[in-house]
Design a protein around this ligand. Structure first.
Ligand code: AMP
Length: 360
């Protein structure tokens, strides 16, 4: 650590996590003249292969954290399950971390997240906390059925969730999820799933991208269409939600906010991801400044860049063996190919994505 904000080119950005999001952050950082240091438990991680330096170690390894703090002028993260204690330790070592530990804590626990959103004036589905089979039965009576039981922590891509169809089964569903702390959610009767990617700078400036319309398969994001067709009132509503969340978290960086659009036009917030987001990959080829560069600008204390779209984009994730079609995809004039350099194409694994462009 030797530089203050705004960080000059040549400063070092530390990233907790070595996956594809870290890789695309590192590429964006390099383009602005920064060096990147990665901390990841994996050897040969996707981000490591494009970064100046990698520390291989656990996220809670005190020596690895101390080395990262020593190397970096600012530290950020590319996934939200970094232990909160790791961020506390980095801060105690005097390293600036962005986004803050508060954003991480809120995003790590679905009950804290929905409570935070409601307190920030952002609507969500009704929910109840479930810590035992008895509470599961009580929650099902309170919320009604069907209802969706989710583990409070460490759920992703639809994992750690199960529907409660009959109130009497709620205890068994809770037990089936491992008996770990859960949340029971009322069903969102949505017509569309949307997301808004937004950023807040160190000076409090906001930048918001056009809405993305998201389509999932088996709990995993399949594709995003953006800018999503949306009336001005809907866009206003989404931008207000983003501003409320970012302001209240005193946030620095890019955030992804997943939304449900209801038939009556209201938006409910489902989840916040305190990082760059898969539903924002379209910005790489559809917007003036993409979400990855925007995040680097924000954490480095630079001015935020323009977010306007200059093309319509269909972003499609390449899962497992689908990435083997790289040569065909590379030959399509309207297609921009992004591959993550993962060595093994396990079924369902995110290996890359394409952005298919058409005129606005
Ligand atoms: P999540 O892990 O919360 O992002 O949920 C994964 C997917 O499950 C979402 O993208 C929705 O398609 C669906 N889902 C989540 N919560 C609800 C809910 N309360 N009601 C209906 N569908 C939901």
């Amino acid at each position: 650590m030797e530089h203050g904000f705004p960080l000059p080119p040549g400063a070092v950005i530390g990233i907790l996590g070595g996956g594809q999001l870290g890789r695309m952050l590192a590429l964006a950082a390099a383009r602005l003249g920064f060096d990147v240091a990665i901390l990841t438990p994996e050897t040969d991680a996707p981000a490591s292969r494009v970064a100046r330096q990698t520390l291989v170690g656990a996220y809670d390894d005190p020596d690895a954290l101390a080395r990262l703090a020593d190397l970096s002028d600012v530290i950020t993260y590319e996934f939200e399950n970094v232990p909160a204690a790791a961020v506390e330790r980095l801060k105690a070592l005097g390293a600036p971390v962005a986004p803050s530990g508060l954003a991480l804590a809120v995003a790590q626990d679905r009950v804290a997240e929905k409570t935070f959103l409601n307190e920030a004036g952002v609507r969500t589905v009704a929910f109840a906390t479930v810590d035992s089979e008895d509470e599961a039965l009580e929650a099902a009576r309170l919320i009604g059925v069907p209802a969706l039981m989710k583990t409070r922590r460490e759920g992703y891509d639809g994992k750690g969730q199960a529907w409660v169809e009959h109130a009497a089964d709620a205890g068994a569903v809770f037990a089936g999820l491992g008996g770990v702390p859960c949340i029971l959610e009322a069903p969102a009767d949505f017509t569309r799933e949307l997301s808004i990617i937004a950023a807040r700078g160190r000076d409090g400036a906001l930048a918001v991208y056009p809405l993305g319309e998201n389509h999932h398969e088996g709990g995993v994001l399949r594709r995003t269409v953006a800018p999503a067709p949306a009336a001005a009132a809907l866009v206003d509503q989404a931008e207000r939600i983003a501003a409320q969340i970012l302001g209240r978290l005193d946030y620095v960086g890019v955030i992804g906010i997943e939304l449900f659009e209801l038939a009556d036009g209201r938006l409910l917030a489902n989840e916040i991801a305190p990082r760059v987001h898969n539903t924002g990959h379209w910005t790489q080829d559809g917007c003036e400044v993409c979400q990855f560069e925007q995040h680097i600008r924000a954490v480095a204390g630079w001015p935020l860049g323009p977010t306007a779209a200059h093309a319509r984009v269909e972003m499609v994730n390449l899962l497992g063996a689908e990435a083997e079609a790289w040569l065909k995809l590379a030959g399509e004039a309207e297609t921009r190919l992004h591959l993550y350099g993962k060595r093994e194409a396990l079924p369902g694994r995110k290996m890359g994505h394409v952005n298919r462009l058409s005129p606005l």
